[in-house]
Design a binder for this molecule. Sequence first.
Ligand code: HPA
Length: 280
Amino acid sequence: MTGGIQPEAVRRAADFIRERAGVSPRVAVIAGSGLGAVGDELESAVTLDVTEIPGWPVPTVEGHGRELRVGWLGRLPVAVQTGRVHLYEGYSPAEVTFNVRAFGLLGVRELIVTNAAGGLNPEFRVGDLMLITDHINFPGLAGLSPLRGPALPEWGPRFPPMTGAYSARLQALARQAAAEAGLTVREGVYVMVGGPSYEAPAEARALRMLGGDAVGMSTAPEVVVARQMGLEVLGISCISNLWFRTTAEPTHGEVLSAMAAAVPRLRRLIRRVIELLDER
Ligand code: HPA
């Protein structure tokens, strides 16, 4: 067992998905808060309610869907998960990465993780898309790692490096995709915090001083597990609120409305990235 997740349980979920979808996805996309409509890009999609998938942790947060859609973009089978679970919901780091373990067992090669994030970099604006180049994983640094627990050789190495965790190749494809779609993208370091309270202003200033460009409450554990299992990762943050205004007081509603505005651009970007993967 790894932090409470049995490999057989993940295998059962993966088998269920493969059987119901009739195909094993090659690419998986995890859609963050308010970003679920990214799944509308898929053709001939089968939609699973995640409550049906054995062992799959179910999101409890408003703005997070509960679907796993498996369909096609061009010639590539793609899975889009609308909604994810977070540490602050009470799930363990191993539970919040159950999805990525299942994607790994299904044979997914490229994982695209998206999230809503607060902007720490003063050049950012609400609605900006940021390619994640690296992360600062506060929960992980403090011991809340999805890899904590007995080492299971089938999951990958005990001490996986996080150097280059955000694939340079996929970032290059995303830059090309953005240029072709006429979109501007930012780049930067994603800081993961535990939440669910938003940062105190002094905390946000401290995160900026540590080198963060955006801050959010997800993603880093998924990336750690993806890298342990050998998946290539592209991370994209949508900037939903800004921290360098002294009066910043983010609300969940503000975050969701910023995401709704960003969805059409994110959809175009992800579609084009996957088309470019298909062309290689
Ligand atoms: N902080 C943490 N998580 C977030 C934020 C933020 O400002 N915005 C969206 N998710």
